[in-house]
Design a binder for this molecule. Structure first.
Ligand code: ADP
Ligand code: AMP
Length: 210
C-alpha cells in the first residue's frame, strides 16, 4: 500500500498519516519531521533546510528528493509506506515516478484556507518526540506538556501568523497543482478535512479498505 497525503499545511496530513501507519502497519515518512529532526541534531542538512523553512519556503529539491528516494528503498517500505509532505511540487512527483515508485492512492485532505489559519495557530508540537496537538481540537491532558514523553509543547516557528500566509501562498502556487496531476494519474481521492479527526480517518479507511 503506497500512499501519499496531499493538502494544505495544517490540513491534518500528519495526524491522519500517523493513524493510517498504525492501522495498516506501514511506515509514516514525513519530510517535515525529517528536516525538524535534522535541525534538532544540528546537522548540515538541518542548517540548510531551516533557512527555507523559517521563511515559509520549500526546501530545494537537491536537498529533498534523494533523501526521500533513498528512504523508500529501506526494507521497512517493502510492503508500502505513507508519505506526508512529499511530493510538494510537480517535479518531486516526477522524481518519485522516475524512481519507479508506483503509488496506489493520493489522498487529498481538503480544508479551506480560513480553517487552516486556526489549525496552525493552535498546533503545538513536542520538543522531545515531535507529537502534535491542537489547543482546542486535540488538547494534551496537561496544558503545555506532551502526553507521550512529558516534554514541553511549543508553537512551531513556521506556524507563526506571518509565516502561515506565506506557506499558504506557496501551497497554492506549487503544491495544489498536484491535485490535478494525480487526478489525471487516476489515484486521487478527496476527503473532507473539516470533519473531526475520527470522521476524517473513517473516510480514509473507506477509501483504503478495512
Ligand atoms: P499537517 O500535517 O497537514 O500540516 P497536522 O496533522 O499537523 O497538519 O494538523 C494541523 C493541526 O490541526 C494540529 O494541531 C492538529 O492537531 C489539528 N487537526 C488535525 N486534524 C484535525 C481535524 N480533523 N479537526 C481539527 N483539528 C485537526
Ligand atoms: P511540514 O511539516 O510538512 O509542514 O513541512 C514543514 C516545512 O518543511 C515546509 O514548509 C518546507 O519548508 C519543508 N518541507 C517539507 N517537505 C518538503 C518538500 N517535500 N519539499 C520542500 N520542502 C519541504
Amino acid at each position: 500500500m503506497k500512499i501519499i497525503m496531499l493538502g494544505a499545511p495544517g490540513a491534518g496530513k500528519g495526524t491522519q498519516a500517523k493513524m493510517i501507519a498504525n492501522k495498516y502497519g506501514i511506515p509514516h515518512i514525513s519530510t517535515g519531521d525529517i528536516f525538524r529532526a535534522n535541525i534538532k541534531e544540528g546537522t548540515e542538512l538541518g542548517r540548510k533546510a531551516k533557512e527555507y523553512m523559517d521563511q515559509g519556503l520549500l526546501v530545494p529539491d537537491e536537498l529533498t528528493v534523494d533523501l526521500v528516494v533513498d528512504r523508500l528503498q529501506k526494507e521497512d517500505c517493502a510492503n508500502g509506506f505513507i508519505l506526508d509532505g512529499f511530493p510538494r511540487t510537480i517535479s518531486q512527483a516526477e522524481a518519485l515516478k522516475n524512481a519507479n515508485q508506483t503509488l496506489d492512492f493520493a489522498i487529498d485532505v481538503d480544508v479551506p484556507d480560513e480553517s487552516i489559519v486556526s489549525r496552525m495557530a493552535g498546533r503545538r508540537a513536542c520538543v522531545g518526540c515531535g507529537a502534535t496537538y491542537h489547543i482546542k481540537y486535540n488538547a494534551p491532558k496537561t496544558e503545555g506538556v506532551c502526553d507521550v514523553c512529558g516534554k514541553e509543547l511549543i508553537l512551531r516557528d513556521d506556524d507563526k501568523a506571518e509565516t502561515v500566509q506565506k506557506r499558504l501562498k506557496v501551497y497554492h502556487d506549487q503544491t495544489q497543482p498536484l491535485i490535478d496531476y494525480y487526478k489525471e494519474v487516476g489515484i486521487l481521492r478527496t476527503v473532507d478535512g473539516t470533519q473531526n479527526m475520527d470522521d476524517v480517518f473513517a473516510a480514509i479507511v473507506t477509501i483504503l479498505g478495512a
